[in-house]
Design a protein around this ligand. Sequence first.
Ligand code: HEM
Length: 450
Amino acid sequence: MAVSVFDSLPLPPGAQGWPWIGETIPWVRDPLAFAQQRYERYGPVWRTHLMGRPCAVLLGAEANRFMLGTHLHLFSSRDGWGKPITSLIGDGLSLIDGAEHRRHRRMIQPALHGAMLGRYFEVMQQLTAEHSADWSRRGQLKLFDGFKHLSFDIAARLMLGARNQSEARRFYDQFHLFTGGLFAPPAWKLPGTPYAKAWTAGQSLRRTLQAVIAERRAQPPGDDLLGLLLDSRDDQGVGFSDAELIDELLVLLWAGHDTITSLLTWVMYELLRHPEIYARLLDEQLQLVGDGPPTMAQLKQMPLLDRVLREAERLHPPAPGGFRGVVAPFEYGGYRIPAGWTVMYSIVWTHHMPELWHEPARFDPDRFAPPREEGKKPFALIGFGGGPRVCVGLAFAQMQMRIVVSHLVRMYRFTLAPNQDFRPVAVPTKMPKDGLMTTVEPRTKNLEPR
Ligand code: HEM
């Protein structure tokens, strides 16, 4: 396209909102309504202003394919994230681009896929049993909090080499001060602000991780994820430096436990609100596994659990969308998108588009079963992103969620506490406002379905 033709194209329609802050507040409050209202007003391409920058929003499965699959060269993932995140996390996998990204991805991916997952199975299984037994002793808890501790504990054992809950707990407090600053612009170290606290916690975490790495480098690599990362080599036979590994561990910890926490909470929310599906799932689990624990092979053959997880991912994606910085101007849908803007793809709106899903607001796991088999269109179900930068922890997350849900459904009975607020809060982690307060009691040993 000649430059003059490109320059004469209009910018996408849309609104600027308030100075600097733009339309950030309505987007954070309800990313689904935000995208839906503007889709109805402007169609699939429009502009907004989020977190201090103009942003083009490209909606639909084709737009997702464009951004995530076919036109990666136009975008920078690093530029898509805000300053608080890049300054705190540094150069971890989601925050790097190009050759550096490809090198890190090749070194990390094998540790989170295939046969290597088998090494994490026991830890996930055992910690799920320990944490849930504790919930049952307590009788009542916010499931969101329970899942957060469980997911962090699993991550800390596998990624940081924590040997027990009290070692994991040491990391937990620091880590949550740290993540508390990731979505708290501006990135100014004013004493007492979430960003300043996150910065201090980050420095201290980095020192702790440095000590853990030094200790582990002096030993045989070990069987956990940290061991695999320490042992991993690029095409030139070079491993991660300490500084690279620290950034990667921070990203994996962050991306790897808040997301699982959120999705598990929504899985339980939907199951408890749909007792008939819960009963079918229990039936499936008892027939396949019985009193358990399941084997790795059994985990892969749980069709209803698989559909329940996919349906929760569709209705309640932990990340509402993804951002990229535009590094080269381009045309999309007849509009001009300038370099220096950000672009966003909307996971949550893709998952609610009537063009893609029948009765999109309904929790209906059977939509994925034959003969309907919805969601087969590429880039329609994108709770884990898509294309070459699809979530690197997808298989790890799916294994963990299967282990947890299978165990909870077979071993316990859950009841939602009355008078709680289930409305979703989107930031920092999507959760029901009151955290999903439930009572937990052992299910009887009777192997008949309820
Ligand atoms: C329910 C669980 C999870 C969900 C819903 C989820 C979602 C996502 C999404 C949507 C992306 C793409 C973001 C984008 O396009 O901007 C992504 C990327 C990523 N995820 Fe996950 N994730 C989950 C679990 C995990 C786990 C367990 C790990 C690590 C152990 C992890 C590590 C990452 C990393 C490092 C990236 C960046 C990949 C790259 O840029 O190459 N995630 N995830």
